[in-house]
Design a protein around this ligand. Structure first.
Ligand code: ZN
Length: 124
């Protein structure tokens, strides 16, 4: 299989369980969840959620079909090689399904709007 080495920088902090954090690092160094300068933002989000358990999730770039297929392959290779556990792979597969549904809905909406415009224009 092709070398899928991820060149993006990873967080340098340790998780509460002592293992290395695998989240992607921000420009400031650690990931969002380990960046001390984001503490207020995280606390604020937790308070607004009414619970310390609520998690603020930064909004990422939309996952395009090409990227989604790349993630599928990476997760598959990770699963087969043992780097990713089945539970994580299942969660990733579910989120990829959600992403696929969102993409299809957007495409459908776009085509429907275009068709509606054409129908309105033909009646004029
Ligand atoms: Zn981290």
């Amino acid at each position: 299989m092709a070398d899928l080495k991820d060149t993006r920088r990873k967080c340098t902090a340790d998780r509460v369980d002592g293992l290395a954090c695998r989240a992607y690092a921000m420009e400031s160094g650690p990931c969002f969840w380990h960046d001390p300068s984001q503490t207020d933002l995280r606390k604020d989000a937790a308070l607004r959620g009414g619970s310390r358990r609520s998690v603020f999730i930064p909004i990422g770039e939309p996952l395009g079909p090409e990227e989604a297929r790349g993630v599928v392959r990476s997760v598959l290779e990770g699963l087969v090689s043992g780097a990713i556990d089945a539970k994580t792979a299942n969660a990733a597969a579910y989120l990829l399904q959600v992403n696929s549904r969102l993409t299809k809905t957007e495409e459908f909406e776009r085509r429907l709007t275009a068709m509606e415009k054409r129908v309105v224009n033909q009646r004029r």
